[in-house]
Design a binder for this molecule. Structure first.
Ligand SMILES: Cc1cc2nc3c(=O)[nH]c(=O)nc-3n(C[C@H](O)[C@H](O)[C@H](O)COP(=O)(O)OP(=O)(O)OC[C@H]3O[C@@H](n4cnc5c(N)ncnc54)[C@H](O)[C@@H]3O)c2cc1C
Length: 398
């Protein structure tokens, strides 16, 4: 659907499409097209290919590898990556810590961290949430106490995504416990190989290892790894979260899932007609597709407003995109399981029982884990309940 795209923007998107098809290894894209997840090596390989062509961090300042693209072009870039089944560059690097360092870091920090962050030579993880500080993030307790040229860090982070792959963690830490809670927080970069850091896996219902606990036991962090000013970390965290306005909708991802659902539903079932002939199924699929189109138009509307809200400032409408986007992403995973029927049960333990399910349809082994896994979409990036609170206050003015 190109409803709002000019000829130039369509050409821009087509150029990206051509690049992804030619330059990104076809086997990686084929695996992702089947609904499988990229490995760490695949993510790093693809990010390096994109970075070599100026396509890994287009939203960064130009001097650090960014592009002078319009907000719409940046959106098209992320859409085309999803549609081409290219693994997304590591969001902790490119969408989170990179822009914070580029905007608030010292020159030495920029030179030290930005090139390897863009090129995935460093894998970052995000150390914000704690056991009693999630939605109420400012309640965080992990402390950093200045001791000469170091901070001594003690405490615990939780739900740290892919910390098992990471080399470094960017943390919110409490540097002043005596002031209003938002005012005593700092933004600190910590080497995960430093003595006193422990990463412990959390096993999820889908069987995967995606999130972790990270413990800090008297970890000595050089003071030159503080980003910006001490006790201004809350401002930098807001800037970081404010950068993510429209990507949360995940329109490209939903579209790829709809395409897979259609492919599978069009195949003749073992006993009877293809599912796509069932009017109830068609109605559900159509509703998903129509709502995705509406979501895409809302994304384009928010992008058009970006100039008015100002860069780095959260647009409350992005809360609407977060809620609707996560709901549709989840609905697509549900529909995928529905289309696969009993074959969706053929995952992990049953995968070695091919006679019961053979031949397994495309992506069957990943559909149910993905369904479970995607329950997270309404929790992370600010839970949907929190987003409703933002909409009530900032848009409906309750
Ligand atoms: C898969 C996954 C990956 C994550 N990755 C990371 C990561 O890499 N780094 C990181 O720092 N964090 C990460 N998080 C943490 C995430 O940001 C928090 O889970 C989220 O902010 C919610 O916090 P909580 O889990 O402490 O729940 P709580 O804040 O305890 O909330 C519990 C429930 O109460 C509701 N609730 C809380 N406050 C309100 C309110 N004021 N109004 C209405 N309802 C409310 C919530 O919506 C939720 O349903 C991840 C989470 C998940 C699920």
């Amino acid at each position: 659907m190109d409803i709002a795209l000019s000829k130039e923007d369509r050409a821009f998107a087509e150029k990206l499409r051509g690049f992804f098809a030619e330059e990104v290894p076809a086997d990686i894209r084929a695996r992702l097209a089947r609904g499988e997840h990229p490995t760490k090596d695949e993510v790093v390989t693809c990010q390096r290919i994109l970075n070599a062509h100026g396509l890994a961090v287009p939203h960064w300042p130009v001097e650090w590898g960014g592009q002078n693209w319009t907000p719409l072009q940046r959106h098209l870039w992320s859409e085309e990556i999803a549609l081409a089944h290219v693994p997304m560059p590591i969001s902790f690097n490119t969408a989170m810590v990179g822009p914070v360092i580029a905007n608030f870091g010292t020159d030495a920090q920029k030179q030290r961290f930005l090139p390897p962050t863009a090129n995935a030579d460093i894998w970052w993880c995000q150390g914000f949430s704690e056991p009693n500080a999630g939605s109420d993030l400012a309640a965080l307790k992990t402390s950093a106490v200045r001791d000469g040229a170091h901070y001594v860090v003690n405490g615990q982070k939780i739900w740290t995504t892919l910390a098992q792959y990471a080399d470094w963690i960017f943390c919110l830490v409490r540097t002043d416990p005596t002031v209003k809670k938002q005012q005593g927080i700092s933004f600190l970069l910590v080497d995960l190989s430093a003595p006193g850091v422990t990463v412990r896996p959390i096993r999820l219902i889908d069987g995967s290892h995606e999130v972790n606990e990270v413990f800090f036991d008297n970890v000595r962090v050089p003071a030159d790894q503080l980003v910006g000013e001490e006790n201004r970390g809350w401002d930098y965290a807001k800037f970081l979260l404010g950068n993510e306005r429209t990507g949360v909708a995940g329109v490209g991802l939903i579209k790829t899932r709809i395409a897979r659902i259609k492919r599978l539903a069009g195949q003749a079932a073992a006993h009877g007609r293809p599912l796509v002939d069932d009017p109830l199924f068609r109605a559900r699929l159509t509703r998903l597709e129509v709502e995705t189109t509406a979501l895409e138009m809302s994304v384009l509307r928010v992008l058009a407003r970006e100039g008015r809200v100002g860069p780095g400032k959260p647009d409350p409408v992005s809360s609407v995109l977060k809620i609707k986007g996560s709901e549709l992403q989840q609905e697509a995973t549900e529909l995928l399981v529905h289309v696969l029927g009993p074959a969706a049960l053929a995952y992990r333990e049953t995968a070695d029982m091919p006679d019961r399910f053979a031949p397994l349809p495309e992506g069957a082994l990943d559909a149910l884990p993905t369904y479970f896994n995607w329950r997270k979409a309404s929790i992370y990036s600010g839970s949907n309940e929190i987003q409703r609170g933002i909409i009530a206050k900032a848009i409906l003015k309750f």
